[in-house]
Design a protein around this ligand. Structure first.
Ligand code: ZN
Length: 344
């Protein structure tokens, strides 16, 4: 009776060994052309003296062709080993179950581990964390707002813009409304360069202090329209003609009023060296510098001023950038001559 059981067990084990080996080789071929793998439960049934026992191989799922090959070859090798190993274990049939399970489990675990490692190697490296762009202007460093009135005037405005572009600086151009159409390309270039366009009345004929509220509003409005049409948006700051302000002007302009702390008198001297020293000898953090982009001498002065201020560590900013960096919230009708960090 015992020999009969042994004979049945031998037949079964040999049969299962052959079957699993054949299936595994077939599976390798099949999986080579397939990106998914599912090694389904492999059941081994064995009858021994104590009755019927089930051994179920673990199910393995992998996602890539590389994984599937590794796992398939792992399973096929294990099946072969099982087949060979059974002959030496037949004398202790109770070990068959443990041995078979061990073969499958170890092989599957090994294959999964290898596949996991290779998958990790194959994965592209994690993207570099985005480097935060430096804040500009840096509030901890000095800055100055160069401003140019009475333009635009292509031959001079463009030279100043060229120098600003070269040094990555910004400036503010308080334009006269009726000149905007003629030099629209200069206005557009200024905007492109990160510069600000301010409102300097439409025809620059009279100081605003000599006009009525309606006349003041028309001067501001018409310039807003011209700038918005050619540059994309209306100015948010005003510089009155000659900086002249009274209560009527303050209430009529409807925007913050920007005057200056350094007057280069470039219109008077028309001398580049004089303009240059007016700026470089007096400049301090938060200054607003008055110039006019009408004179060749002013453009010549800027060829020195812009590089020198940059070299000294000044950030060349627009008026609005200066206000923001200094934490100043500009109010309509208020006059600003400089913008420095508020005390307290
Ligand atoms: Zn002016």
């Amino acid at each position: 009776m015992r020999n009969r059981y042994r004979f049945i067990a031998v037949i079964l084990v040999v049969f299962v060994g052959i079957l699993t080996t054949v299936l595994s080789f077939a599976e390798v071929n099949e999986r080579n052309a397939d990106s998914d793998i599912q090694v389904q439960n492999v059941s081994v049934q064995e009858t021994n003296e104590s009755g019927t026992a089930d051994t179920t191989g673990s199910a393995v799922q992998a996602e890539t062709p590389a994984d599937s090959q590794n796992i398939s070859s792992g399973i096929s090798k294990s099946s072969y080993m099982c087949f060979i190993g059974t002959s030496s274990l037949l004398s202790s049939q109770s070990g068959i179950k443990a041995f078979t399970a061990k073969c499958f489990n170890e092989a599957a675990a090994k294959a999964m581990k290898k596949a996991k490692e290779e998958k990790e190697i194959l994965q592209p490296p994690a993207a570099e964390p985005e480097v935060e762009t430096a804040v500009w202007p840096d509030p901890s460093k000095p800055m100055v707002a160069l401003t140019f009135d009475d333009g635009p005037y292509g031959p001079v405005t463009n030279r100043i813009l060229e120098k600003l572009e070269q040094y990555g600086g910004h400036a503010t151009f308080f334009v006269v409304g009726n000149r905007v159409k003629t030099y629209a390309s200069s206005v557009q270039r200024a905007v492109q360069a990160g510069c600000q366009i301010g409102n300097h009345t439409y025809d620059h004929k009279n100081p605003l202090t000599k006009l009525s509220t309606v006349q003041i509003q028309k001067q501001i409005h018409d310039t807003d329209v011209a700038v918005a049409y050619y540059a994309g948006s209306a100015p948010v700051i005003v510089r009155p003609v000659g900086g002249a302000v009274n209560d009527t002007v303050k209430s009529a302009v409807g925007k913050p009023i920007v005057n200056w702390s350094i007057d280069t008198l470039d219109w008077k001297s028309k001398n580049a060296a004089s303009v240059t020293s007016k700026v470089l000898d007096h400049v301090q953090d938060g200054d607003i510098v008055l110039m006019h982009d009408l004179y060749k001498s002013t453009a010549d002065a800027c060829d020195t001023i812009i590089p020198e201020l940059t070299k000294r560590g000044y950030q060349l900013v627009t008026v609005s950038e200066l206000a923001q960096a200094k934490g100043v919230s500009m109010k309509n009708g208020e006059i600003y001559r400089y913008l420095r960090t508020q005390a307290g």
